[in-house]
Design a binder for this molecule. Structure first.
Ligand code: ADP
Length: 386
């Protein structure tokens, strides 16, 4: 407990933008997030007062950090499960726990568990040889989607393979890369991608957000539309129920983001993330309770906050690092604020690299087409200065 405030101390392992925005939410709850960052340049380390430094793979560093906190949570999925287990055995409260988190860490385990639970997933199999891939492709039809079970993000770790020879061409031949664990999935004819956020507390209370549409370009999420436009009520309710059921079945504590495909009017689960997620950044302005506050409430076992939309249409657009174009970010902000006083900007304090997510903008309003246009323009201005 923090003796000055009388409040429990929440620690977050990882100092990226999710920790940065969780810290922002923590302030309103009377807290200051304690962060285990890698470097003083990490997005959260730049703004939080209570920062320790260490690697998330170093058990000793994790232990020192965790023992100074009342509850520990995560900004990313990369803390080894055995470290989380070791700390839990020593009495540290960690949310989500290792048994839940492994399904967000390993796509093969996740696919298997979802299959066992009867959740809708693409046809899939583990692939340890070219022959296994060939048999799978012959069964479901080429091309197939091949993924590394661990370590992928923003489409890195995902390949569309046209035939058995494609595996070697992509540098994935298991004979050469025995360390890679691969899965293959049928390539579903997706109409669009959806996501739904749900938060669950140790007490078991669950709050679910409206279903959103996520728009990807080159494997990176560029836009989130809330609520998902023209989504039939039947599918919206089914997606929310699915997220609630998965959070319960997997014993998730904290935020769970379920990424979905809409295929022929049905839902198929793509991915799970057990933390605040890019598909929920719109909630900062667009929902009564942001996903960051909700995550804190959940890990502290406080009652959940309302999840209702604050406007009929909310659009979040990611700002990716772009060409410099001779106009600095300060001047871009100046211009954007002059052109659209309603656009809300979140910058993560990151060094600009092409394609890297350096911030996001959110616009709210009555009409989706208007809001979407404004969000895209605002992101383009911050990205390209034009
Ligand atoms: P990451 O973990 O890197 O985000 P995903 O598994 O979410 O990777 O896949 C990235 C993108 O690839 C998805 O957003 C989707 O557009 C596409 N994709 C993934 N799996 C399939 C599939 N089985 N069928 C069709 N498209 C897919």
């Amino acid at each position: 407990m923090d003796t000055r405030t009388g409040l429990p101390i929440v620690g977050m392992v990882g100092g990226g933008q999710l920790a940065r925005m969780t810290h922002q939410a923590a302030i309103a709850l009377g807290q200051s997030l304690r962060v285990l960052a890698r470097t003083p340049e990490d997005g959260a380390a730049l703004v939080a007062a209570d920062v320790q430094y260490g690697e998330h793979t170093d058990l000793a560093a994790l232990r020192t950090f965790a023992k100074s906190c009342d509850v520990v949570t995560f900004d990313h999925e990369h803390v080894p499960g055995e470290h989380i287990r070791a700390l839990a055995a020593e009495g540290v409260r960690l949310h989500p726990g290792a048994d839940a988190l492994r399904y967000a860490q390993d796509k093969a385990l996740m696919r298997q568990r979802l299959t066992d639970l009867g959740a809708p997933v693409p046809r899939w199999r583990r692939v340890a040889t070219v022959d296994e891939l060939a048999a799978f492709g012959a069964q479901v039809g080429w091309p197939v989607v091949v993924k590394t079970a661990r370590g992928g993000y923003d489409g890195r770790g995902v390949w569309v393979i046209d035939g058995p020879a494609g595996l070697a061409a992509a540098g994935l031949d298991p004979a050469d890369r025995p360390e890679l664990e691969l899965i293959a999935e049928e390539r579903v004819a997706l109409r669009r991608e959806l996501a739904v956020q749900v938060a669950r507390s140790p007490f078991g209370q669950i709050a679910v957000y409206p279903v959103v549409e996520t728009v990807q370009r080159d494997g990176i999420c560029v836009e989130v539309l809330a609520p998902a436009p023209d989504l039939p009520q039947r599918l919206a309710v089914a997606a929310q129920q699915l997220a609630i059921d998965l959070a319960t079945a997997l014993d998730v504590v904290g935020l769970l983001a379920v990424e979905l495909f809409e295929v022929d009017g049905e839902l198929v689960v793509n991915e799970l993330a057990m933390r605040p997620h890019n598909s929920g950044h719109w909630t900062i302005e667009g929902a009564r309770t942001s996903q960051f506050e909700q995550h804190l409430r959940a890990v502290l076992d406080y009652p959940m906050g309302e999840t209702a939309l604050t406007a009929p249409a909310v659009v979040m657009a990611n700002v990716l690092g772009g060409a410099d174009g001779g106009i600095g970010i300060d001047e871009r902000l100046h211009h954007l604020f002059a052109t659209d006083p309603g656009a809300k900007v979140h910058l993560y304090g990151k060094q600009v690299r092409p394609g890297r997510k350096i911030g996001h903008v959110t616009v709210l309003g009555a009409e989706l087409s208007d809001v979407r246009g404004r969000a895209a323009r605002a992101a383009r201005w911050l990205q390209e200065g034009r």
